[in-house]
Design a binder for this molecule. Structure first.
Ligand SMILES: [Fe+2]
Length: 445
């Protein structure tokens, strides 16, 4: 061994990838916060959401805590604002009243933090320390910012005023999609132990054995959902759970969020523009209770999380679980409606290249899909790197959502990625598909 340390040649591709992902993500944050004026940035558009300027500085604060202070061992940039941007100390409804950094200061702060991150990346060694091995903590910070970008996109959907966001419409259908797909009985590998940027709640890989079941080949569409509406589904307690019916009554639910009557039909509002509801798009902005009621009305049920993941990842030819439905390659524009490339879900059949081996479509992108499952750790779960990422949410009334939406970035989504929310939430880009037990003749046919 020589005493001179040579630059770590292995580290260079990883360092370049991290720099590119950080830059790509910040460009999205800048676009979402730059689309509105300063008054709009500090305003609270819904008590469910933070002012956009809170999200912005919070993203920078998390980056400072983990990368500048912990990984880099540098002096704090702004220790005085840590509490203001601690999501656990400051409930969303209270955030507009806090002495937040004004927009110009928030922008300067996140830029200063980012400069320091670039500086420490220049000399970084990706050692065996779990936090930095394979660049994990950088991936965690990229995912965190992307998740807040999706939250900011949901805030944009809630704001009033003239439209400020634009994107081309998603692709038209390119394939016919079956109604349902049979998933044969047997074991599959759920979760991952090898994906370097997977979060603690996706770990570890473990075997789950499922009986045969049938799952919808596509998310439930507006057209199908309208039949539930026309059939009086919102007025019939038979379809709703006790908690669901109570919520439906108290909240006065009559249709998905952002829908209104339009003559004989329905219209929906998307980022400040009204349009007639299109029947072949996945329904979006429904809560778990609405999804559950629809499924019961349709003679089905919501899939469990394991059923969703087996349909998405299991390859019957090899028996292994893929990273994505189409394979292990990163998503492209051909595979899925991700990354805010478009501003709403694509019609069913728009992504044949993204189907799973069993022929299940649009599992990734378009709409987050509610599952029947509460949020728990996988068997063998271990907190990493901090309890507040996932563990403190285990066992609450949360339900798991899978697959990502049109507003989810590919860095914050994969076949194992897990999202969770309260069953009454629908300001998120949430839809669903249904499942049912296989009949004996199907299961053995
Ligand atoms: Fe956060």
């Amino acid at each position: 061994m020589t005493t001179t340390e040579r630059p770590d040649a292995q580290a260079e591709p990883l360092r370049s990838r991290i720099v590119a992902e950080l830059a790509r993500t910040r460009a999205r944050t800048d676009a979402l916060t730059g689309a509105v004026d300063d008054d709009d940035l500090v305003r609270q558009h819904s008590t469910l959401m933070s002012p956009l300027v809170w999200d912005l500085a919070h993203v920078g604060n998390q980056e400072e805590l983990w990368l500048v202070r912990d990984v880099g061992g540098r002096e704090p940039v702004r220790r005085d604002i840590d509490d203001l941007y601690d999501a656990f100390k400051q409930p969303r409804k209270d955030r507009p009243a806090l002495p937040l950094l004004p927009p110009a200061e928030a922008r300067a702060y996140v830029a200063t933090v980012r400069d320091k991150v670039h500086d420490l990346l220049d000399g970084i060694r990706f050692t065996d320390r779990p936090l930095v091995a394979d660049g994990f903590v950088f991936g965690m910070i990229v995912q965190h910012e992307q998740q807040h970008d999706e939250t900011m996109l949901a805030t944009h959907q809630l704001r009033s005023g003239p439209p400020v966001l634009d994107a081309p419409p998603p692709p038209e259908p390119r394939a016919r999609v079956a109604a349902e797909v049979l998933v044969p009985a047997g074991p599959f590998t759920m979760g991952t132990s090898t994906d370097p940027w997977a979060l603690d709640n996706e770990r570890p890989a473990h075997t789950v054995d499922l009986p045969a079941y049938v799952i919808d080949a596509a998310p439930v569409t507006n057209g199908a959902y309208r039949q539930f509406l026309a059939d009086g589904g919102y007025d019939d307690p038979r379809w709703w759970s006790a908690a669901g019916w109570r919520h439906r009554t108290e909240a006065g639910l009559t249709a998905p969020m952002h829908w209104r009557r339009d003559g004989d039909g329905w219209a929906y509002q998307r980022f400040g523009r009204w349009a007639p509801v299109r029947d072949d798009e996945p329904v979006v902005h429904v809560c778990w209770h609405e999804a559950q009621a629809y499924a019961r009305w349709a003679g089905k049920r919501l899939p469990t999380e394991a059923e969703w993941e087996k349909a998405a990842r299991w390859d019957p030819a090899t028996g292994r679980s893929r990273r994505w439905p189409w394979g292990d390659d990163e998503p492209t524009a051909e595979h899925a409606n991700l990354g805010q490339r478009h501003l709403w879900p694509a019609p069913v059949g728009a992504y044949p290249a993204g189907a799973s081996p069993l022929g299940v479509h649009q599992l990734i992108g378009d709409v987050w899909e509610w599952t029947a499952s509460p949020f728990h750790g996988h068997p063998g779960f271990a907190v990493f790197p901090y309890r507040e990422y996932s563990e403190v949410f285990f066992g609450g009334d949360y339900r798991v959502l899978r697959g990502g939406s049109f507003g989810t970035d590919r860095a914050a989504c994969r076949g194992t990625f897990r999202n969770w929310d309260h069953p009454i939430r629908r300001q998120i880009f949430s839809g669903f598909r249904c499942a049912r037990d296989a009949h004996p003749e199907e299961a053995h046919g």
